[in-house]
Write a protein that binds this ligand. Sequence first.
Ligand code: NAD
Length: 254
Amino acid sequence: MRLQDKVCIITGAGSGIGQSSALLFGREQAIVVVGDIDRENGEETARQIVSAGGRAVYIHADVTSPESAKALIDETIRLYGKIDVLFNNAGISGVGMLHEIEPDAWDRVMNVNIRGVYLPSKYALPHMMERKAGSIINMSSCIAEIGLALRASYAATKGAVLALTKSMQVDYAPYGIRVNALLPGTIMTPFVENYLKNSYDDPEAAVQSLKKRQLSGDLGRPDDVANAALFLASDESKFMMGSPLYIDGGVVFG
Ligand code: NAD
């Protein structure tokens, strides 16, 4: 088993990519800590892991709040005594031309997508440093590199996460900690379905046009990203440090 007895925190594991990753990590014998602001969905993810014979707990977490992020880490340490993997996955979308984005909406995207990586990492790192081991996986997006119409605030956060990942890697390599980033393309999750529904008169036509930008000819599934997260979480990726890992069906070449 690729994550035998590894304690893995996944933020935003109540839905989409985070949930797929949590279920996969559970099948690989990890002890999965499901952190999500959505209690109902988070508890459901943990319940599914346990009913499949795995180990999991749900801990309510708002990654934008220092108290809540610290409580997520403290409770994990109290229950399991260590953190092997922190997957900073929680994120929200931001849509609109820059001149139309209200400051509050701008701040919300920055808060969840950047502060939400900073805070759990801030509180988890001292525990990893003490053990001289750990893998942090930060959720960026291929948008950080290629841009996309109407996604300025979101793209800005994902570019920041990529830069943050590289700087974190340099700082924490001496402590045996690896920090890598995932850069998915369009993955069909509630996040994308809502974006398409709210942004286009004809969401199905939008899906077809997105597919045309892919070398793969199709959009991704949450499992496609979960498999990449599993690789970064496991010791198989021990030589990967500060790397951007693309899971995008070749959209960056489209
Ligand atoms: P999703 O909406 O299905 O899931 C996001 C989860 O994050 C939800 O369970 C939500 O409750 C949780 N969350 C939101 N705010 C939170 C907060 N403040 N604290 C804790 N949890 C919070 O989205 P998804 O598509 O699975 O996306 C997951 C991550 O992958 C995001 O960071 C997203 O930006 C990134 N991503 C997604 C795609 C895609 O096409 N779906 C592409 C590239 C990157």
